[in-house]
Design a protein around this ligand. Sequence first.
Ligand code: GAR
Length: 210
Amino acid sequence: MASVVILISGRGSNMRALLEAGLPVAAVISNNPTAEGLLFARSHGIPTQAINHRTFPDREAFDTALAAIIDTYQPDLVVLAGFMRILSTFFVDHYQGRLINIHPSLLPAFPGLNTHERALEEGVRIHGCTVHFVTSKLDYGPIIIQAAVPVLTGDTSATLAARVLAQEHRIYPQAVRWFLQGQLALTGNRVEISSASDGQTVLCSPEIKL
Ligand code: GAR
C-alpha cells in the first residue's frame, strides 16, 4: 500500500491533520527529540524516530543519515510538515518528485521565516499558505494547492497565523491524497491535477466582503 513519511520539528499540527485525515502514515521523524508532535504520533500508534541534527558534523552528514532512516520505510511520499531545516541538494535530488512542503504564505511571496509578520508589514490584503513540491531553492517549487485568507483590520501576527493555519490543515491532506491517488502530474514548474477541472479546487479563497 502507498505510504507517507512525515518530517516535523515541533508542534506537529499539520502532521496531526494528516493523521486525522486517515492518510497512510508509515512513520513520523523529527530532527528535534523533544518535538511535541512526536507524542501525538506515538499516542496514535505511529512509529516515530528522532534524529538530532546537532549530533552531526555538517548538513550533508545529517541529511544522509536522515535519508537512510526514511528509506527503511520505502515511502511513496515524504511530507515536510513544519520541518525547519534547510535540506541539501543531495537530499532534495534523492526524493525528487516525491517530496512536498507546506509553507505559511502565498508563494512565491514571503519565502523563509516570519511570514505573517512580513505580510502585515507589507500591508498585503490577502495572505495564505502553499503546498508545493520541494526543489533545492528554499520555499520554492511547483505549486500543488494554495489557500488564501483575508488580512483583517486589527490583525496581529498571531491572529493571522491562526487563520492561515486552519487553512493549512485543510489543504495539506488534500494535496497528499491527490499525490497518493496518482492525480498529480508535473510539467516543468506546473502541476496538473487530474480531478481539478477549474481553479476552484486548487485555490481555496476567502469570501471578500465589500
Ligand atoms: C506551519 O505553519 C508550517 O506552514 C510552517 O511551520 C508551521 C509548523 O506548524 N512551515 C514553514 O514555515 C516551512 N518553511 P505545525 O508544526 O503545527 O505543523
